[in-house]
Write a protein that binds this ligand. Sequence first.
Ligand code: SF4
Ligand code: SF4
Length: 280
Amino acid sequence: MIITVASGKGGTGKTTIAVNLALSIGNANILDCDVEEPNVHTLLKPRKIATEDVLLPTPVVDHGKCSLCGKCGEFCEFNAIFVGKKKVVVYPEICHSCGGCRLVCPEKAIEEEGRTIGKIHQTHVKAIHLVYGELKIGEPLATPIIKAVKKQIEPKKINILDAPPGTACPVIETMEKSDFLMLVTEPTPFGLHDLAMAVDVVKQLGIPHGVVVNRAGIGDNAVQEYCKEMDIPILLEIPFDREIAEFYSRGVPFVEEMPEWKEQFLELFENAKEIMRNDS
Ligand code: SF4
Ligand code: SF4
């Protein structure tokens, strides 16, 4: 089972919800797909972490074989390979590793080499298996790292994915093949605006979904009214509470210190399962 926790914008408490849910379930995988700013590990505080590089195949030109025919440059829709008067230049940062230039080269002058674009880390905290990706600074492509993180999904276990904020490609990559999407928002005009954008994407993907309202009570009821109008179930409302905010600011998942919330998160999980069952 794959449950993705997402939000239309950053700062809604999405990661806190994902971590508290995983801790409440216990024997779960949590995969942090926010590879530009992973922070699940800052809440779970693992000790031993295994790390491996994520490599992306990148073209390398053998100038001894190249006839400067120009076919690779014509083929590349990303302008990542340029055929000059004397040599071919590859721009690895904008190469999407499609392999097309190698295929069209009539001289077989292009090989591929692995280029490190980031890392994935794996660790265990209590019964939780945590995987998180980290995009190298300056690298523009987050999706290959997200794919590498998602390779660690174990179909027989409960996998909770923490999506990047927003509604761009990395979010879609994270959401794809999910069984359920949990959209975290807050009851403010910004929260509603970004929730509506996330709902647009989710409806197009056709994945069962529900909303978690974080910091309930700080704004108005517009989010609740929107959900009613759109027929989207609100699975849980977490009030704006001083004690929860203090744990949050200290990087402590609040279910650890307020066990009554574990029940609420387990109920949230059961409600999500019920929606999935009704949808299938
Ligand atoms: S691998 Fe694809 S994206 Fe990269 S340079 Fe070749 S054609 Fe362009
Ligand atoms: S397609 Fe091959 S031979 Fe032609 S310019 Fe590119 S690398 Fe050189």
